[in-house]
Design a protein around this ligand. Structure first.
Ligand SMILES: [Cu+2]
Length: 115
C-alpha cells in the first residue's frame, strides 16, 4: 500500500512563470502566487489547517528523525517519503484534494482550504 503511494510522481510547479512578453523583453507574472511552508515536527503538520489559492505552492519540510509524507487521503497527490531535512512542493489546483495525512502515520492528519 505504502509502496504504491510512494511511486506516484510529485506534482511540482514553478513560481513566476512568465505569461506574457510585451515590447521590451519584460516578464509579467501571473497573479500573486504564494509559497506556503508547512513544517512536519513531532508527528504533526504545522499549520494543521492552511488556506491556499489555486496556483499557490505548498512546501512540506520534515524536521523529525522519522520519515513522513504528506499524502492526499484519496491518493491524488503525494510528496513521497521525506527524510529529516527534506522538502517537497505541491502545486495547488482548483480541485486539489484537501484532506491529507502521513502515509506512515495515518493519525497525522491535516487539511487545506482552497479559497
Ligand atoms: Cu509520518
Amino acid at each position: 500500500m505504502i509502496n504504491r503511494v510512494m511511486r506516484r510522481h510529485l506534482l511540482v510547479g514553478t513560481l513566476g512563470l512568465p505569461v506574457a512578453l510585451t515590447g521590451r523583453p519584460r516578464l509579467i507574472f501571473a497573479g500573486s502566487q504564494t509559497l506556503h511552508d508547512i513544517e512536519i515536527k513531532r508527528f504533526e503538520f504545522n499549520p494543521t489547517i492552511l488556506e491556499v489559492r489555486p496556483g499557490d505552492q505548498i512546501r512540506w519540510t520534515n524536521w523529525d528523525i522519522s520519515p513522513h509524507t504528506a499524502t492526499a487521503e484519496d491518493g491524488s497527490w503525494d510528496t513521497g517519503e521525506l527524510q529529516k531535512g527534506q522538502s517537497a512542493t505541491v502545486m495547488v489546483s482548483e480541485d486539489i484534494s484537501t484532506a491529507y495525512l502521513c502515509a506512515f502515520h495515518p493519525n497525522m492528519r491535516a487539511q487545506l482550504v482552497v479559497l
